[in-house]
Design a binder for this molecule. Structure first.
Ligand code: HEM
Length: 388
């Protein structure tokens, strides 16, 4: 490679980096793959948003118990798999980004303008998502909110892009990629190079997935070498996101006068100490903790059914419940149970995990655990149920 000519080359020109890979068909194939992965990310992301911010028309079901684990695991795995695809796509279309004149018609202008939110949004989504799951937050903004709205912008631009490129895509995809169809030897070599490039890109995506998806999918756990979190590492064998110290509950959660109160729209308010809670009928359930970051782990929880407590307090069967933690500040100190969840037989206020009292960082003395809930909504250090 003649480096002086590369170094003095102006990078933002149509002919800056000539390559056989700047090919419409390669671009179309990568575009289709990205269209699929971004749509999967968007749909699973929307579900995560609805689960945490349910509008009046949406009630998060409590079954299947592992649904959120699958959707958020898929969200993060598909997002990670998109990274090599987007990098390769941008390389493939690089010259087109600087073609001159910039547009030939009004429709072409719109298609060009939509590339800004599409490329900017795509890079932003993948970067913020990846940084977030690696617990790196080099920004001042609220991640879920910004990631959410940037997703709408990106998907809007993607729809415009698909519309603008539909005819071209259909034409080039119907063209054969194989070496035997091309008239000359040079073209044959180019076609082989393009196929090798695509194989490398998809192969990289597949390997990235293989070495990360074990954080969600237990049979591949041993291969999760690139996963940001090991779901089998932490106190009592699984991870902690927020510690008791960070939540400011080290003293209050171990106080001898700790009590759980059940209040709000009830016939009789309850106030129960730890011994009284342990004396109530205990129920065990094998349930996942599924983090919004995509990792998840299944444990055996034992404690009191929320529905038993609601029955003791004389709450109505369609009651909704706000679950409050000893944590006084910061996000996720409360969560809501809709009637399905509140009355699910496996929605517990757990005292034990795998037969042991909860560790402090896992929410000692009492934590909420229910089926099909994002990890941030499995409230720890529970002190109050407010029936609404
Ligand atoms: C490497 C890629 C990605 C990673 C690691 C990632 C990670 C995450 C995480 C951790 C959340 C949960 C936020 C929270 O509740 O605290 C989330 C939510 C979400 N993601 Fe992604 N994401 C990625 C790519 C994408 C893409 C490409 C899209 C769509 C185009 C997308 C759309 C969403 C949406 C709509 C939400 C819901 C936000 C909310 O709860 O309000 N994500 N993502």
């Amino acid at each position: 490679m003649n480096w002086p000519s590369v170094l003095d080359r102006r990078p933002f020109r149509e002919n800056s980096f000539p390559s056989k890979l700047h090919d419409e068909q390669v671009a179309a194939i990568l575009g289709c793959a990205l269209g699929i992965t971004f749509t999967v990310c968007f749909a699973t992301g929307l579900y995560s948003h609805l689960a945490q911010n349910p509008p009046s028309w949406f009630e998060l079901p409590s079954r299947p118990a592992g649904l959120y684990r699958v959707t958020q695991g898929l969200h993060v795995a598909t997002g990670i798999a998109s990274i090599p695809l987007l990098a390769a796509k941008l390389w493939t279309v690089y010259p087109k980004l600087f073609s001159w004149p910039p547009f030939e018609s009004a429709a072409h202008l719109i298609a060009r303008i939509s590339l800004l939110p599409l490329i900017g949004g795509g890079l932003f989504m993948l970067f913020t998502g990846l940084a977030n799951i690696n617990l790196w937050y080099p920004w001042q903004f609220n991640f879920p909110v910004t990631h959410y709205w940037a997703a709408w912008l990106t998907m809007g631009a993607l729809v415009v892009h698909i519309g603008a490129k539909f005819t071209t895509t259909r034409r080039v995809l119907s063209r054969k990629v194989s070496a035997s169809a091309v008239p000359s030897a040079v073209d044959a070599v180019d076609a082989v190079d393009r196929r090798r490039f695509l194989a490398t890109v998809f192969g990289t995506s597949a390997l990235l997935t293989l070495f990360t998806v074990g954080q969600t999918f237990a049979p591949l756990r041993k291969l999760a070498l690139l996963a940001p979190r090991r779901p089998d590492v932490g106190p009592q064998g699984f991870p902690v996101n927020r510690t008791a110290r960070t939540a400011g509950v080290v003293e209050t959660s171990q106080a001898s006068d700790y009590r759980l109160t059940v209040t709000g729209r009830v016939r009789n308010e309850l106030s129960l100490g730890l011994d009284e809670l342990r004396a109530l009928r205990q129920h065990s359930a094998v349930l996942p903790i599924a983090c919004v970051e995509g990792w998840s782990t299944t444990q055996r929880w034992t404690g009191v059914r929320v529905r038993d407590l609601l029955a003791m307090a004389g709450a109505s069967p369609d009651a909704e419940v706000r679950v409050e933690s000893l944590q006084q500040h910061r996000s996720y100190r409360t969560s809501d149970l809709n009637p399905w969840q509140a009355h699910d037989p496996d929605t517990l206020l757990a005292l034990l995990v795998n037969g042991e009292p909860l560790a402090l960082d896992h929410g000692y003395p009492l934590r909420l655990i229910g089926p099909n809930r994002p990890g941030v909504m499995q409230t720890k250090w529970v002190t109050r149920l407010v029936v609404q």
